[in-house]
Design a protein around this ligand. Sequence first.
Ligand code: NAD
Length: 494
Amino acid sequence: MLVTDSKELLPLFIAGERRLGRGDEGATLYPATGEVVARLRAPSQADVEEAIAAADHAFRTSGWAQRKPHERAAVLHRVAALIRERAEPLAQRQRLDNGKPIPETRNLVASAAGTFQFFAAALETMEEAMTPSRGDFFTMSVFEPMGVVAAITPWNSPIASEAQKLAPALAAGNAVVIKPAEVTPLMALELAALCEEAGVPRGMVSVLPGRGSVIGDAITKHPLVKRVSFTGGTSTGKHIARIAADKMMPVSLELGGKSATMVLEDADLDHAVNGVLYGIFSSSGESCIAGSRLFVARKLYEGFLDKLATRAAALRVGDPADERTQMGPLITAKHRETIESFVALGRSEGGQLLTGGKRPEGALYDKGNYYLPTILAGLKNSDRICQEEIFGPVLVAMPFDDEEDLLRQANDSVYALAAGIWTRDYQKAWRIGRAVQAGTVWINTYKQFSISTPFGGWRDSGLGREKGRLGIQQYMEQKSLYWGLNTNPIAWAN
Ligand code: NAD
């Protein structure tokens, strides 16, 4: 593990070296208490230049891209094994870095190990195609690494979202510059250390935590950066897409959401209540796929909301180190203020508070950024509170009359990341599952993931897909090869 004494400055990974950044000094704070977890100095513009130049050099000279797939895969398997070996300290560190309850950070660490393992396997079994030829030549479709690629990540699930980019990008043979969110730099630094220990050549992974508008922007604009894989807010994603258009650079954008959860008249209500609670309030709602808009069949509406509000009020909000905690604090005090202003907006739009809507009280909560699970009803889907992403533990609930009304409301959003359907009727599940516009649809479950299943959003929720067997090719350029077989010269020139 890296330095844990909060008085010492934490080294970054720049240009193949562990050294301090040369930018402003900052600290990562434990959201539950406000205590300093680690201090570090952000990278400077010169650090960005050096890291990218070194990554380009390592890409061209380290031989990583030329290693056979099974050789690179062996290193990725070692990274997975090291993550598993250090799972508990990593999970505890991530808890301190972003305040998620310990059972959740354990899951994120396990998912990061699984991601390296999956992409190692995908790499070893990745095929290139010999395509049907239409002449006296062989035709082949092959893939080449790109060079230096950048991974820009948010603060909500660091180790999992960073692994999701780092593993396929390295598998593809690229060098990777990671720009983690400024408030959660620790997991990217840990991953870089584990990659080095596992045998990824020096300089192939750099970690440049720092302000997005400065460091993220400089990385995105850099001519040697050949691809950006971004996860974060939609406005930042659009900004990156504009820069990418100027450079003709491929990007993948995993952006925001305002996902609809739909409870049909014939749903198993015990399952639905649990699923809705988990979908919005786990991770304190700080989840792109949070089921933040609830649509309930009008007949069930009042009874379902009564039950839901009672259960939400009983969720265990508290210390992220406590194994029984269901909701930890929010990431920062500022983010909590944003959520409070959203709830005030919802109420000014006519929203009726069914539960929550305030900070919890008591000594445990004094120093942390806690907020209670909150449900608002009595709103229209067109209200701002039902259209804008809150990224916190706030659910808006609305009734629907029939399938047509449900789909019209559910699809009326600029976002289209995920959706959930609760019904016992498989035909309705099929019809609605196909008609709802979203990158991922869960039927009688919510917020479940497999690394083998592609993930991404439509519309303002993003562009491109991560995960899945083709995840490695996202970090490669495709090339067509024609091998002439004719022994005679091309006749045209005679
Ligand atoms: P954000 O857009 O503010 O920041 C994300 C990352 O981008 C950070 O590392 C930040 O420093 C960097 N950044 C900011 N400005 C930049 C710029 N001009 N150029 C380059 N990089 C820049 O988002 P956030 O507040 O950290 O995260 C919350 C958002 O992320 C929410 O909208 C959430 O829905 C989204 N998110 C999406 C997914 C998904 O897979 N679709 C997953 C998690 C989070």
